[in-house]
Design a binder for this molecule. Structure first.
Ligand SMILES: *Cc1c(COP(=O)(O)O)cnc(C)c1O
Length: 423
C-alpha cells in the first residue's frame, strides 16, 4: 500500500536545514505528491483499512498491542480508526513543532477526553495525584465524582503556593502525577512549573508533571521547557480558535508515553474524528497570529479599565501585585494572554446587569475564539465548587471573566465602558 499521506520530514526544505515552528507546521506531516497533488490533505472518513497482506495485518496488530515496536522507517498498515487514522496522524505530526521540546502528540475528541485519558492511563486505583486549585470545572468534576470514588487519592494545592506544592510533592506516598493548570481559571493565579518539576524529579519514583496549557499555550508559555513531562490542551479554545469544534491534545517529550496514552484512547474510543482533525490542522498556522492580536487587545482593554470606578478588582497578568506571582509570570510567560477577570462593586445582581448590557461581547462560556465572550464563573463554569472552595479561591459572586477576541479593541473597550457606566 502506498504511504498515501505520510511523510515524517518536511517536503520543501533542503535536507539538513531545520525550519522554525511557523514553517514546520505548514510543511510537515503531509506530502501533496502522495495525494494526487492536493494542496490540502484529503479527509479519510473510512472506519476500517484494507491490509496489504495478512502478514502486514499481523504485524500491525503486534505493534498496536505493544508486542513489538516499529523499525526505523517502517511503514505500518493502518487498522481501524478508533486506533488511528490518516487525519489524526497528519495533525499529530503537524502540531508537534508548535510545542518546543515535544517529540510526539495524541489528539482527542475534547479537552476533557484528553484529561480523563491522562488520569486513567497514569493513576491506577490506590495511587495518588496532586492538582492545583482552582481548576477547570470539568476537571474538578472528573476528580471528585469519578476518580476519587474509583480509589485514587486526590490532593489539591492552591495555585501559587510554590512551597506548599513542593512539600506535597515531596511527602505524598505513591504519587504518580502532578497536574497543574496555570494560569488558573478564572482567577489567573500562576503555578511555578519548573519548581514542581524539580520536586517531582527529585523523587526516586519520578512522578510525572502534566500542565493544562490551554490559557497561554502554545504561543506564550512552554511547559516542556520548564521540565514538565506532558502538556495538555483543550484544542476547542485557542488552537481551533473559532468556537466551532471540540478537541483535545496531549504532547510530550517521551514518545513511549504518548504511545501508552494512545493505547487508552483506543479503548475509551475518544480519538478526534477525521473531519475535526482536518479542521484543526487548518487552524494551526494562524494560532500565533490570532493569539498575538487577542493578547494585545486584552492588555489594552484590561489596563484601560483597571481604574474604572465600577470595578473593584481587575485581574490580568500585567497588573499583578503579588511579588511571587510577578516572579512566576516573568519566569515562564512570554505575553500576558487574552483572558482577564474583574470584580464589580455590588455582587451578583450588578454582575448580571453588566452581562445583560453588553452589545459586542457575548454572554457565553468557553474562550479562545476570535469573538469576545463574557461569563459569570460562580454561577456557570464554577458552580460545582462548594461555597468554601469558591471563597478560598476568590471566585466571588462579583467576578466576571472575559475572553478577548480579534475585534478592534477600541470597540470592545467602549462596549465594556458603556455597560459599566450604566450599571
Ligand atoms: C475548556 C477547558 C477544558 C476542557 O476542554 P473541552 O474541550 O471543553 O473538553 C480543560 N481545561 C481548560 C483550562 C479549559 O479551558
Amino acid at each position: 500500500m502506498a504511504p498515501y499521506h505520510r511523510t515524517k520530514t518536511p517536503y520543501v526544505v533542503r535536507p539538513g536545514s531545520a525550519v522554525r515552528p511557523g514553517t514546520a507546521v505548514l510543511t510537515r506531516g503531509f506530502d501533496p505528491r502522495l495525494s494526487v497533488g492536493s494542496a490540502r490533505p484529503a479527509v479519510f472518513r473510512s472506519s476500517t483499512y484494507v491490509f496489504s497482506s495478512p502478514e502486514a495485518a499481523e504485524r500491525a496488530f503486534a505493534i498496536a498491542l505493544g508486542r513489538s515496536r516499529p523499525a526505523e522507517g517502517e511503514n505500518v498498515d493502518l487498522i481501524y480508526s478508533r486506533l488511528s487514522h490518516p487525519n489524526a496522524e497528519i495533525l499529530e505530526d503537524q502540531i508537534v513543532p508548535l510545542e518546543p521540546g515535544a517529540q510526539a502528540a495524541a489528539v482527542f475528541n475534547s479537552g476533557m477526553a484528553a484529561i480523563s485519558t491522562l488520569f486513567f492511563t497514569l493513576c491506577p486505583p490506590g495511587s495518588a495525584f496532586i492538582y492545583s486549585t482552582p481548576i477547570y470545572g470539568g476537571t474538578q468534576h472528573l476528580i471528585h465524582q469519578m476518580l476519587e470514588p474509583l480509589g485514587m487519592k486526590a490532593i489539591g494545592v492552591g495555585a501559587g503556593d510554590t512551597a506548599g506544592m513542593r512539600a506535597a510533592i515531596a511527602t505524598t506516598p505513591n504519587l504518580r502525577l502532578v497536574f497543574l493548570e496555570t494560569p488558573s481559571n478564572p482567577t489567573l493565579v500562576m503555578c511555578d512549573i519548573a519548581s514542581a518539576a524539580q520536586a517531582a524529579q527529585a523523587r526516586a519514583d519520578h512522578p510525572l508533571v502534566a500542565v493544562d496549557n490551554t490559557f497561554l499555550g502554545p504561543c506564550f508559555q512552554h511547559p516542556l521547557g520548564h521540565r514538565a513531562d506532558l502538556v495538555l490542551y483543550s484544542a476547542t479554545k485557542y488552537l481551533a480558535g473559532n468556537s466551532d469544534m471540540l478537541g483535545g491534545v496531549i504532547l510530550g517529550r517521551d514518545p513511549d508515553l504518548i504511545t501508552s496514552l494512545r493505547g487508552t484512547r483506543a479503548i475509551l474510543g475518544n480519538i478526534l474524528q477525521p473531519d475535526e482533525c482536518w479542521m484543526l490542522d487548518s487552524r494551526l498556522p494562524t494560532v500565533e497570529l490570532r493569539m498575538s492580536r487577542q493578547s494585545k487587545n486584552a492588555q489594552r482593554i484590561a489596563e484601560a479599565l483597571a481604574n474604572h470606578p465600577k470595578i473593584a478588582r481587575m485581574i490580568y497578568p500585567t497588573l499583578f501585585e503579588d511579588p511571587e506571582q510577578i516572579r512566576i509570570r516573568d519566569l515562564q510567560c512570554r505575553f500576558p494572554g487574552a483572558i482577564f477577570s474583574f470584580e464589580v462593586h455590588g455582587g451578583k445582581r450588578v454582575a448580571f446587569d453588566f452581562l445583560r448590557r453588553l452589545r459586542i461581547a457575548r454572554n457565553a462560556v468557553s474562550l479562545g475564539g476570535v469573538e469576545t465572550l463574557a461569563c459569570h464563573p460562580a454561577t456557570t463554569t464554577h458552580s460545582e465548587m462548594s461555597p468554601d472552595e469558591l471563597s478560598r479561591t476568590n471566585v466571588s459572586d462579583a467576578l466576571i471573566r472575559i475572553s478577548v477576541g480579534v475585534e478592534d479593541w477600541r470597540d470592545l473597550l467602549s462596549d465594556f465602558k458603556t455597560a459599566l457606566d450604566a450599571i
